[in-house]
Design a protein around this ligand. Structure first.
Ligand SMILES: O=P(O)(O)OP(=O)(O)OP(=O)(O)OC[C@H]1O[C@@H](n2cnc3c(O)ncnc32)[C@H](O)[C@@H]1O
Ligand SMILES: [Mg+2]
Length: 197
């Protein structure tokens, strides 16, 4: 059984109730750090199968499956690390590459290429009873892929160095990552949508 965590959040002035499903404790932590001021957060376990396809499609199916399981409005998140030299791969499959090769092996995949650029992408999907299809909010941060530097407690953070910085995501303060990250940008679009609609 894969542990998946639901985040129950409330946007006080408009009384939006949102459930975010994720099995990733580090994602949960960052959501709390980024949205903690405006949202109340709660959690519980659930199972979600892993699908294949283009990132938006994977994220969409994930949102539909979570909604089916929950039976009420919910949010899911799918994260990609895309290498430009590989036309966006490993992208949404980065989790399996990381599990198989680790951050070191992942960074070595670009050894035969001059282009080390890439981007981190977060797709936040919201599905509710009022919708036929999930709403999707995409956040991207551009950067370069480097040999691992910094703590190794969150995915590919040690090999992603965002443009304009000399530190990797793993080396920088959490506060700094959370001000420039793919996740922050997607969450910002999501919040803006619900604040104006
Ligand atoms: O239950 P879900 O939300 O799907 O959690 P997950 O860990 O399976 O997450 P993804 O399917 O989005 O897979 C993305 C992979 O990238 C990793 N990851 C996600 N966000 C990251 C971030 O901000 N920095 C570094 N690695 C990250 C994560 O640990 C996975 O290995
Ligand atoms: Mg996943």
């Amino acid at each position: 059984m894969r542990k998946v965590i639901y985040l129950y959040t409330k946007l006080a002035p408009k009384k939006h109730t949102i459930i975010l499903c994720t099995g990733n404790k580090n994602k949960l932590k960052e959501f709390i750090q980024i949205m903690g001021d405006q949202f109340h957060i709660d959690s519980e376990p659930v199972d979600l199968p892993e699908l294949q396809g283009p990132p938006l499609q994977i994220a969409k199916e994930k949102a539909l499956l979570a909604y089916e399981k929950m039976g009420k409005a919910c949010v899911t998140e799918d994260t990609s690390l895309c290498f430009n030299a590989l036309n966006g791969m490993p992208g949404p499959y980065v989790k399996w590459f990381l599990d198989a090769a680790g951050p070191e092996g992942l960074s070595k995949m670009l050894d035969g290429f001059e282009d080390k650029t890439g981007y981190a992408q977060c797709i936040l999907s919201y599905m509710g009873p009022e919708l036929k299809e999930p709403l999707q909010f995409v956040g991207q941060t551009q950067g370069v892929i480097v040999r691992p530097r910094g703590p190794r407690n969150f995915g590919w953070d040690p090999i992603f160095q965002p443009d304009g910085y000399t530190d990797t995501y793993a080396e920088m303060d959490k506060d700094v990552k959370n001000k420039i990250s793919h996740r922050l940008k997607a969450i910002q679009k999501f919040i803006d949508h619900f604040l104006v609609n």
